[in-house]
Every structure is written in structure tokens, then in C-alpha cells.
Design a binder for this molecule. Structure first.
Ligand SMILES: Nc1ncnc2c1ncn2[C@@H]1O[C@H](COP(=O)(O)OP(=O)(O)OP(=O)(O)O)[C@@H](O)[C@H]1O
Length: 688
């Protein structure tokens, strides 16, 4: 096929040359072909007619290349002059060859192992060709440098052990996951006579049978976020009988395997044979009226019977006059010329989006300006939150507290979660509802991606309320058999009265020693779980559960006031506690252990650096100072929040925190309903 393609390119080249002499007179074999001749030479011009030329001082018009006469070179465009005729011919031939190789690369099985050359052919060669044609040596050297970087930068740590696999992963990063999935998803390891099936995630910090969370890579952006956290990553789904399937929601799932039975090692996989076609768009998938939140959650329809009949929308467009107010204050402050872009009236704040003049845009983002504007706009001494808007280059949002701020009930937020978001929840292992952004979007997250969380804020900022609503949303989306919760409440459970009857709750711990013992027990249990996963040939709990191999539950420990716990422990116990949290660390996510620590004292001596490093997801409520915000979020900002559930949510791998108004559970009957519904389920009365 390759040869046929090359021959076809050659024939086309010869025909072109034959009819047009397009590759230049030096290479001309024959000349002829009236049309092409006319194209080369332009319309016949009588000798009495002067050649077309530009008036003095004007650029040479392109039509003038078609003039007749011996002195003229037959060129289609004047800019081709810079290449010369041989250069043009050579360039076209190189492009033809590149097309041939590109086609061959894409259609042959060779590209599974030939990624270095694939990279060269796909991306670098055209640049080199263009560099040659346009006499830009810097393009050529840059293409070569980038090509080298693919090998050198991406895989120094792993290259000595598994270079081909590394290269395939690098290729996957460059070219998109789906295209390279068959390359990176299969590897067979021989263990004596037996072929073992195993999954490996290799990062620069090591290779191990880990799978940090249910694998989900619908977009390149996700892939790159992954790489940013874990470093360049080799994904090896090793063994026999396995393949990945992309579900309708854009999630990859391992197909059911045939257990441990040894099967012949499969040959190269054809892309079309093993990968299902692109997933249907979310909106194309029908949603049944009884669609549940998570895969096993309480029934949507029954739950919604508890939602308020009608509630105002979570955000509305802002009247233009409110935007003009801000622009006129900016004018008064010597920042003229801001363009109004738009705005929302959210639950807690009005968002005013403007495009500042580049000359003073940076001044607008300073803490001093945040204070000055707050004063000028009548918001007192709480600085305004001013930031660039993600996805709108050059646009700045100014968030003005609403005097008539609205609080929102968890049921209202659930009821107003859009259908598309609800569809996505079905692909999450542990869906949890965070709250509502200022522009009215409902934020849900998969708790297995957190994995541990630090919640901080000053007194009365809404820590207990947010924990309560987060836990409530979990008890809706997760059955008690799948999620077991332990709460540490120094106030003897008085903060969470509803938990005492909730079937998800294992214990409400009061004694600090019990907490230390529990974390130690978890660290041991985690090792046991990993041993079990290794025997089953699965990387983590999520996969094991998806395949129906285990029914081990996820476990969540919530410590409401960490300082209180710490104050009641001696130094050795604190060390022991933090050491075991370290043991849980990153591995706990795969084993299904999750920890939330809340504190109203976000001080460096309370939340030590090693502890903080193990709590990568952060929820900051209002803090009393920028330095407290720094402890929780590693940046200021939480001091500008308004209290009572106004929060900044910083998930793993996200650069800028997301502002949310967290909901409260305002209808206590909701808890009664959840408790009753799950009890009925446990007794087998209600099918979920
Ligand atoms: N999301 C919310 N919606 C409505 N009201 C809220 C919200 N969050 C907190 N509040 C109100 O703010 C007050 C303080 O809340 P909460 O007890 O949760 O704060 P806290 O930070 O836990 O305080 P402390 O540290 O003193 O225990 C309560 O009266 C509560 O009703």
C-alpha cells in the first residue's frame, strides 16, 4: 500500500510537471498543455500592449506575473520568487512524501511502536519543510528541539526501564488519549509460566499497581491536569482479557474480565475493534424519569417531592445600571475607559464583568484597590473580590456583596441541578454537592478525587453547616452499605444531631485516643485492602467495586474541630496520628479511606505542613485575616468572603479556587426522609 501511495504521488508529480512545468524550467521534462501554459504565461498580450505593471510607488500587482515575454519567469505568485524554482519543486516533493508517510503511519500497525517517528512525521516534518521553503533555519531547529524534548524531557526517569511504553504514553499526552489508547492500555507481564493481569500507573515517582481513582479521561485537558499532578504518566493496563470501554458519559471502564483464567496473549489491537465509537454527547442520552443521583442513590422522584414547589433561579442577569455604577466609580478613581461586559445577580454577590484598559488593569487587581472600591461602593471595610474571569481573556469580575443576600436550602440546590450535570453524576463513584457559584452553577464533585480535605474558617463562618450539608448530600447519593462515616465531634454530637439515626454513621467519637486508634487501624486496613486488590488483579477499590469483586465500603472520617482534638492529645499521640495520616496519604484514595479535617484555627502550628500536604482539597470559609487564608488555601482571598457558608473550594489540580455559596439543610424533615428511605431499603421494601 505504501508503495502504491508513493507511486501515485510520483505519477501526479510527473503529470503536473508534464502539463505545467510547475517545478521550474530547470526540471522541465516537457512543456505543453494549453490551459496550464495559459495559467503560467497569462493572457496573450500583444506586443503593442505594454506589460502590466504597477504605477510608480505602488506594490507590484499579482496579476503582473502573468505577463508574456521572454524575460518573465513562469511563476504563479510573486512570493514564490524567494524560494527559487528548484526550492519549490523540492518543497512539493517533500510535502508529497510527508503525506505518504503520514498516511502510512496512520493506517499501519507500525505506529503502535514507532511513536518517535510518528511524532516526527505527524508534527515536526511539516515545520521542517516549511522552514526549508521559507529559509527559516530557526523553524527547523525548533522542530528538532521539540522532537528531542519528547524523548528527553518526558521520560528520563522511566526511560531506562520501559522506554517504548514511555514513548507511547508521551505520544498519548501529545496526540490525545483516545487515539493512543490501544498503545498504552495493554502490556503483558510474564510471571514464569503464568501470564499475570495487572494494572500499572507509572509516574516519575515510581511504578506501582496503583490506580489513583477510577480512570476518567474524556478530554486532553483532564489528561494534562493528570500529568501536572503526577508527572508524565504511563498507563499500562497489563494482561489478558481486559480492555477499556468508553461509556456514554465519557468515562473509561474496564470491561468485565474472565477472572484469573489464563488466555492466549492477544495480538495487536485494532483501534476500531477495541474502542467503541465516540461516545454520544451527554444530551443525546435519554434520562429516565426515575434517574437516580448516583448509581445507587435515593430515587430522584421521591426525593424531589420534598423540594420547595418553586424557587427563584440561582442567578439572574444584572441590570445594566448596576454595572454602570461601578464604571463611574472607576472613572472617579482615575481608571477611565472600562467597557461593560455583563453581570449576574448571584445568591451572595453581584458579579460585574468589565474589560479594563490594559494601562491600568493590573492596578485594579491590587489589594489596595479592592479596599478602596469596597469603600467607594458602600461595602465598608471588607475588600471586594476582584479577579480575571476564566475563559474570558482580558475580562475582570468585580464581586459586590448583596445587601439582600439569599441563603439556599440543599433541596433547592438539588432540585435546580441541571439534567446534564445529573447525568454526569452517574459516572462518579461518590458524588457530593458543594454549592452554587456566583453565576448560578451548581457544583458537584467526585469525592474519590479529593481525597482528603481541609475545611477552615473563623467562628460562625459556617463550617458545621457546610459539613452537615456535604454529609447530607452524601447520604442521598450513597447507600449505607457503600459509605461508612465516622464523626469526631468534641461537642458530643450536638453539632450533628441528625447523624445519630442515620444508617451511614458508624460512630460519633468523643475521645481523642479513639480517633488516633481509628486512624492507625485504617492505615493497617488500607494495607490489607491493597493486598486483596493485588490478589484480585485490580488497582483500587473503585475498580474492584465496579467489577463486583468486593463489597467493601468507602470510609469517611470527619473531624469537626482539629485544634480541640490536638489540645487533648499528648505530643507522642499527635506524632502517631500525623504519621498514620501520612501512611494513609495518597494511597488512601485508592483504598477508599477519606478524611476531612475542619478547624476554626487555621494556624501553621495547628495544621502542620506534613498534615496539610496530606489534605490536598481545601474548603475555605471566611477567615479573619489574609494569613489565615494563606494557611488554608496557600493564598489570600478567604478574608474577603462574607461568612455563613460563602466559601472558596479548591479541588486538587485546579489553580484558582471556585467561589460557592454552600447550602444549608433548612428542612429537618429531609433527614427524617433519608433515614426512613434507607431503612426501608435495607429491609428490602423499596427498590432503589
Ligand atoms: N450555608 C449557610 N446558609 C445559611 N446559614 C448559614 C450557612 N452557613 C452558616 N450559616 C449560619 O451561620 C451560623 C454559624 O454557622 P456554623 O455554626 O455552621 O458556623 P461554624 O463556623 O461551625 O461556627 P463555630 O466555629 O462557632 O462552630 C449559624 O447560625 C448558621 O445557621
Amino acid at each position: 500500500m505504501w508503495v502504491a501511495w508513493a507511486l501515485a504521488a510520483l505519477v501526479v508529480g510527473i503529470l503536473l510537471q508534464h502539463t505545467t512545468g510547475i517545478f521550474g524550467r530547470g526540471g522541465q521534462i516537457l512543456s505543453g498543455g494549453t490551459f496550464w501554459q495559459a495559467l503560467r504565461q497569462g493572457p496573450p498580450v500583444s506586443s503593442s500592449h505594454p506589460p502590466v505593471s504597477a504605477p510608480p510607488g505602488m506594490p507590484h500587482p499579482s496579476v503582473s506575473v502573468f505577463h508574456s515575454g521572454e524575460a518573465a519567469s513562469p511563476r504563479l505568485f510573486p512570493s514564490w520568487e524567494i524560494m527559487g524554482e528548484w526550492g519549490l519543486g523540492l518543497g512539493l516533493l517533500i510535502w508529497g512524501l510527508w503525506g505518504t508517510l503520514l498516511w502510512a503511519y496512520n493506517t499501519s500497525p507500525a505506529h503502535r511502536t514507532w511513536s518517535r517517528w510518528g511524532d516526527w512525521m505527524l508534527w515536526r516534518w511539516p515545520i521542517v519543510t516549511a522552514g526549508l521553503l521559507f529559509r527559516r533555519p530557526d523553524w527547523v531547529t525548533e522542530a528538532w528541539r521539540r522532537h528531542r524534548a519528547l524523548q528527553d524531557d518526558r521520560g528520563p526517569t522511566l526511560a531506562p526501564t520501559i522506554p517504548p511504553t514511555w514513548m507511547r504514553a508521551a505520544q498519548a499526552l501529545d496526540q490525545g488519549f483516545a487515539q493512543s489508547l490501544p498503545d498504552v492500555a495493554w502490556m503483558t507481564t510474564e510471571d514464569g509460566q503464568r501470564t499475570r493481569r495487572m494494572h500499572i500507573v507509572a509516574t516519575p515517582s515510581g511504578i506501582g499497581p496503583q490506580w489513583p481513582h477510577g480512570f476518567h479521561a474524556p478530554t486532553m485537558e483532564h489528561w494534562r491536569e493528570w500529568a501536572a499532578q503526577w508527572g508524565p504518566t504511563v498507563l499500562v493496563h497489563a494482561g489478558v482479557g481486559d480492555a477499556w470501554q468508553l461509556d456514554a458519559w465519557g468515562f473509561f471502564h474496564p470491561l468485565p474480565t474472565s477472572g484469573e483464567s489464563v488466555q492466549p496473549i492477544p495480538g495487536p489491537i485494532s483501534t476500531t475493534g477495541n474502542l467503541p465509537p465516540s461516545p454520544p454527547s451527554a444530551s443525546a442520552v435519554p434520562l429516565s424519569p426515575a434517574t437516580q443521583w448516583g448509581r445507587h442513590s435515593l430515587k430522584w422522584g421521591d426525593l424531589m417531592a420534598l423540594a420547595p414547589e418553586s424557587a427563584p433561579p440561582l442567578a439572574e442577569p444584572l441590570e445594566p445600571a448596576r454595572i454602570e455604577d461601578v464604571i463611574s466609580v472607576l472613572n472617579r478613581l482615575g481608571l477611565p475607559g472600562a467597557k461593560p461586559i455583563g453581570g449576574f445577580r448571584g445568591l451572595t454577590v453581584d458579579i460585574i464583568e468589565i474589560r479594563p484598559e490594559p494601562a491600568w488593569a493590573n492596578r485594579l487587581l491590587t489589594p489596595t484597590m479592592a479596599m478602596t472600591l469596597a469603600g467607594q461602593l458602600g461595602h465598608g471595610d471588607v475588600p471586594l473580590n476582584i479577579h480575571y474571569v476564566r475563559g474570558k481573556p482580558g475580562v475582570v469580575a468585580i464581586e459586590r456583596p448583596r445587601p439582600d443576600r439569599r441563603f439556599v436550602d440543599l433541596m433547592t440546590v438539588l432540585a435546580q441541578t441541571p439534567t446534564d450535570t445529573r447525568r454526569q453524576l452517574q459516572g462518579m463513584a461518590i458524588p457530593i454537592c458543594l454549592g452554587v457559584t456566583p453565576d448560578g452553577q451548581v457544583v458537584w464533585s467526585d469525592m474519590t478525587t479529593w481525597p482528603h480535605c481541609l475545611i477552615g474558617g473563623t467562628t460562625n463562618s459556617g463550617k458545621t453547616t457546610v459539613i452537615s450539608s456535604l454529609l447530607t448530600s452524601l447520604t442521598i447519593t450513597m447507600p449505607p452499605s457503600d459509605l461508612r462515616i465516622t464523626i469526631v465531634d468534641p461537642k458530643h454530637g450536638s453539632q450533628f444531631p441528625w447523624v445519630h439515626h442515620m444508617p451511614h454513621i458508624d460512630a460519633v467519637l468523643l475521645e481523642p485516643d479513639d480517633v488516633v486508634a481509628l486512624v492507625a487501624q485504617w492505615a493497617d486496613e488500607q494495607e490489607e485492602r491493597y493486598k486483596q486488590f493485588a490478589e484480585l488483579g485490580v488497582p483500587d477499590l473503585i475498580t474492584a467495586r465496579q467489577r463486583g469483586m468486593v463489597s467493601l465500603p468507602y470510609r469517611l472520617l470527619v473531624i469537626d474541630e482539629y485544634k480541640d482534638l490536638k489540645d487533648r492529645l499528648d505530643k507522642d499521640a499527635i506524632k502517631e496520628f500525623e504519621r498514620n495520616i501520612g501512611r494513609l496519604g495518597q494511597k488512601a484514595r485508592g483504598a477508599g479511606f477519606y478524611l476531612w479535617i475542619a478547624t476554626q484555627h487555621p494556624l501553621a502550628n495547628i495544621i502542620s505542613s506534613p498534615l496539610k500536604a496530606n489534605l490536598p482539597t481545601r474548603i475555605a470559609l471566611r477567615t479573619s485575616s489574609a494569613s489565615d487564608s494563606q494557611v488554608i488555601l496557600d493564598r489570600s482571598g478567604a478574608e474577603t468572603l462574607l461568612g455563613k457558608g460563602d466559601a472558596l473550594f479548591l479541588p486538587v489540580n485546579v489553580n484558582e479556587p471556585i467561589r460557592v455559596q454552600t447550602p444549608a439543610v433548612l428542612q429537618e424533615s429531609l433527614w427524617d426522609y433519608i433515614i426512613k428511605a434507607w431503612k426501608l431499603t435495607t429491609n428490602g421494601y423499596q427498590e432503589m
